[in-house]
Design a protein around this ligand. Structure first.
Ligand SMILES: Cc1cc2nc3c(=O)[nH]c(=O)nc-3n(C[C@H](O)[C@H](O)[C@H](O)COP(=O)(O)OP(=O)(O)OC[C@H]3O[C@@H](n4cnc5c(N)ncnc54)[C@H](O)[C@@H]3O)c2cc1C
Length: 416
């Protein structure tokens, strides 16, 4: 049995802590906020999107990005910064925008997604999570442009058989009748059965409660980690705002801030914040929310019912580590939501949130060992950290326990 300290009380850190306890370790979580799940895991889109994993970096995306930037309501915003981390990330992202890189990454993420689905089912059962607004209504990605829809439908037909089905406009409406409530013309959609949705913040809270009940759990230590102390090539302690904390091993799972912690040891993690917005509006008896999760492909907006609330998540803003609500982006989101699902929820009482997706250029997370003994990573989950957290935690806990990874880690590791 080892004593492992996990840095970060977001969904990735908490699932890692659970997976380590399950393997017989003693575990401490260090979190700087008073509550868990207050970072990117707080009000995200809630998608457990095990199959819809294709990363943003793809052939044609740089050209599309130029169009998006010219559209004030477009999904992308870019503010140049005088920072090497922004420009080097952008260069690596542009290099990753190719068909072969996208296909390789998608294959790895599909395997991670499938592993995560199994790991989530086990955790849900064994941690006895209560009400987390879990449903598996399936996911419908709707396309406005016929050419785009036909391209994706052709690719689907040519690829290996999966649970995805290409649907005409009328078939989309049959699957999700609330699409009738708008004047938006959708050419068609891809429906994937089995895709799920849940409240990520509630999962964090309940998981923290279950961790606290576990006999080998050493607690959630409220402190801000400021650096790591090493002896030779081994990390031996954390330097925190509350003093030093030593242990046999350490897992960096601090979302975007992981890059600052790694930098303290001279490790350069290619992470950049992709800022997103979400809107959460109450659903009352008179409303007609979508029951399946709907993604508006061209606008990159997703809609999901999470319990009695409609959650809408959108936008990719490359504006640095800035959590301010930009009024123009908020107005644009509210307009899009009212146009697309006018009768789905009480938008007059909606709340707005922003979060920073801790993203790598390819969209693949970095899991496992570092060049330092006793230091492990579970970082860079980008737009799908809720989805991947369960599988990634399982992999990292296996590695720390001295076992082989259950999945090939090619492309899912820190490259140094
Ligand atoms: C708008 C939006 C929508 C999204 N929708 C989805 C979705 O539908 N499905 C999906 O799978 N994913 C989604 N994501 C992505 C997902 O939310 C993230 O990938 C995931 O939450 C990352 O989890 P994390 O634990 O790595 O980071 P975080 O949740 O940010 O947790 C990191 C924690 O570390 C703590 N911390 C940081 N630095 C320190 C320090 N120095 N000392 C101590 N503690 C520290 C922070 O306080 C924080 O609690 C979305 C993200 C956004 C922004």
């Amino acid at each position: 049995m080892k004593h492992i300290v996990v840095i970060g009380g977001g969904i990735v850190g908490l699932t890692t802590a659970w997976a380590l306890l399950e393997r017989g370790h003693k575990v401490t979580v260090v979190e700087r906020e008073a509550e868990v799940g207050m970072g990117a895991s707080h009000a995200n889109g809630g998608q457990l999107s095990y199959r819809y994993v294709s990363p943003l970096a793809d052939a044609g995306v740089p050209i599309k990005a130029l169009r998006w930037l010219l559209d004030p309501d477009g999904p992308l915003r870019f503010k140049p910064e005088a920072s090497w981390s922004q420009w080097s990330w952008m260069l690596s992202f542009l290099r990753a925008c190719s068909g072969p890189v996208n296909r390789r990454t998608t294959a790895r993420l599909l395997a991670l997604g499938a592993h995560s689905q199994t790991a989530f089912a086990r955790l849900h059962r064994e941690a006895r999570l209560g009400e987390i607004a879990l449903r598996a209504p399936g996911k419908l990605v709707v396309y406005r442009k016929p050419a785009e829809f036909e391209r994706v439908a052709r690719r689907l037909k040519a690829g290996p058989k999966g649970p995805e089905r290409a649907l005409s406009h009328d078939e989309c409406v049959a699957v999700e009748p609330s699409l009738k409530d708008n004047d938006v013309l959708f050419a068609g959609g891809i429906f994937t059965e089995g895709e799920a949705v849940a409240d990520c913040y509630e999962v964090c809270r309940q998981l923290a409660a279950r961790l606290r009940e576990h006999a080998s759990f050493q607690g959630i230590h409220r402190a801000s980690v400021q650096g790591l102390r090493r002896a030779g090539r081994r990390v031996v302690a954390l330097k925190t705002s509350e003093g030093e904390l030593d242990a046999d091993g350490f897992v960096i799972a601090a979302g975007l801030q992981s890059r600052d912690l790694a930098r303290d040891l001279g490790l350069s993690l290619p992470l950049y914040p992709l800022k997103g917005y979400s809107l959460t509006a109450p659903i009352e008896a008179q409303h007609r929310p979508p029951e399946v999760s709907v993604t508006d492909f061209e606008r990159k907006i997703l809609y999901a019912r999470i319990g009695s609330q409609l959650r809408v998540a959108a936008m990719v803003d490359l504006v640095g580590e800035d959590l301010r609500l930009d009024p123009k982006r908020v107005d644009s989101l509210k307009r899009a939501v009212r146009d697309t699902f006018p009768q789905a929820a009480d938008y007059d009482h909606a709340s707005i949130w922003t979060g920073l997706r801790p993203a790598t250029p390819t969209g693949a997370p970095m899991l496992g060992a570092t060049p330092f003994e006793g230091l492990w990573l579970n970082v860079g989950h980008g737009a799908l950290g809720f989805t991947f957290s369960f599988g990634a935690a399982d992999i990292v806990a296996e590695l720390i326990s001295g076992h082989a990874s259950p999945l090939p880690l090619d492309g899912l590791q820190f490259a140094g």
